[in-house]
Design a protein around this ligand. Structure first.
Ligand code: SAH
Length: 398
């Protein structure tokens, strides 16, 4: 029995040949057979030549997400076991280094598994199934993960709105094994953090900022630090470990800051040096500016302002605003660690926004470092859309 197939319009095979994993509805001339949500379809060019196979999503703009470009590779239990194995294997050296016991084990498109996210928190796995194809193979993916020796429990965190675009509703809950506790303690580069896998943001922790949290330990001796968008205090902890005299942490989430406070204690650090502000960071930064507050180091790690390039304008204004305020709050010689996780804002655009912010703040500043994604959040070369996180370490000169 042959799989259903989608036939492309003439000349629209280019992206498939270049191994881009997304096939948009506009490229498709017709569908043979009647594939259901998430079913595997063959992709044929206008002359009927086989190009790839992927998961069909009848209501999404991204009509097919490609699983394979190899005609001999079928999409079945073995396929998922193999891809998961390879992806997890690529993290072996990161985990073996002892640097961390938490990492992203599967980063969706960039690991050959569109729509599949697996985050490891010691012996628990948090899973997001974001596409029709991922959903279709849910049981197989869970089974393959459960078969691994180092897994005690698998928990689903598919409570993300992108599922709607695929015709799927949000889902959370235990998928297999033990239910994770309210706080799973992970260790990362000499720090320990509690992670709420069941109800924390994303899958519980911002694993993608691991290297930057470690970086923020440097040069903190005696510093007065502002950590805006602090979440559970990742940068608060490392700044204190680096010898910061004080850290003011701002976040709009009271629960996040409560866990941040606990994380400070968990690392044997004194909360006396800490101030906590449950507030909107935009408002709070303005208030600090009006009070003429000054800091030696500032971390700006806001949530995603723009998912797509279409939302880039509004996002750019948001970034400009907070970076401008941050430059004003920075002492001469002070450093700004500023980030954007908006896929719709390119690294070049982000740099321009930050440069504009310094100019408008009438501050001379230099870029000391360009920051990006860690190795467990790779960007496969055929899928530049996988690049979302960028950061700059800037220093105020005068
Ligand atoms: N730096 C953190 C991750 C930050 S994620 C870490 O290393 O773990 C972004 C944070 O911004 C979230 O905790 C979210 O609650 C918070 N947030 C979102 N909008 C906000 C706003 N307007 N003001 C303050 N905090 C906000």
């Amino acid at each position: 029995m042959s799989d259903p197939a989608v036939r492309l319009k003439p000349g629209r095979e280019r992206s498939v040949l270049q191994r881009h994993p997304w096939l948009f509805s506009g490229a498709i001339a017709g569908v043979d057979g009647s594939p259901a949500l998430g079913d595997t379809v063959d992709v044929l060019d206008a002359r009927g030549m086989w190009l790839a196979r992927g998961a069909f999503s009848p209501n999404s703009q991204i009509r097919v997400r490609l699983w394979t470009w190899d005609p001999a590779e079928s999409v079945d239990e073995e396929f998922f076991a193999r891809r998961l194995d390879q992806s997890i294997g690529r993290r072996r050296s990161l985990l073996a280094s002892g640097e961390t016991n938490a990492c992203r084990e599967v980063h969706a498109e960039s690991d050959g598994l569109p729509g599949v996210i697996v985050d490891r928190y010691t012996s628990f796995r948090a899973v997001q199934l974001l596409s029709a194809g991922a959903e279709r193979w849910r049981a197989v993916i869970v089974q393959a993960l459960a078969a691994r020796a180092d897994v005690d429990g698998i928990y689903e965190r598919s409570d993300v709105s992108v599922r709607e675009l695929e015709g799927l509703s949000e889902r959370t809950g235990r998928l297999w094994g033990e239910e994770p506790p309210a706080a799973t303690v992970i260790q990362e580069a000499g720090a320990r953090y509690q992670v709420d896998i069941r109800a924390g943001q994303k899958t519980g922790f911002y694993l993608d900022q691991r290297e930057h949290r470690r970086l923020a330990r440097q040069g903190m001796e005696g510093a007065e630090v502002l950590n805006a968008f602090a979440y559970t205090g990742g940068f608060t902890v490392t700044a204190l470990q680096g010898g910061a005299r004080s850290v003011l942490s701002i976040d709009s989430s009271a629960e996040a800051l409560e866990m941040a406070r606990e994380n400070v204690g968990l690392n044997g650090l004194s909360t006396e040096a800490c101030q906590w502000s449950v507030a909107d960071a935009f408002t709070e930064l303005r208030r600090l500016r009006d009070r003429a507050a000054r800091f030696d180091a500032i971390v700006l790690d806001p949530p995603r302002f723009a998912a797509t390039a279409a939302q880039a304008d509004r996002a750019a204004r948001g970034y400009k605003d907070i970076n401008l305020l941050a430059f004003k709050l920075l002492r001469p010689g002070g450093r700004l660690f500023t980030f954007s996780c908006s896929g719709g804002i390119s690294p070049e655009l982000f740099e321009k926004i930050v440069a504009g912010a310094a100019l408008d703040a009438q501050v001379q500043a230099a870029i000391l470092q360009w920051l990006g994604q860690p190795s467990d959040h790779p960007v496969v070369l055929s899928f530049p859309e996988g690049r979302y996180l960028k950061g700059l370490v800037c220093q105020r000169l005068a």
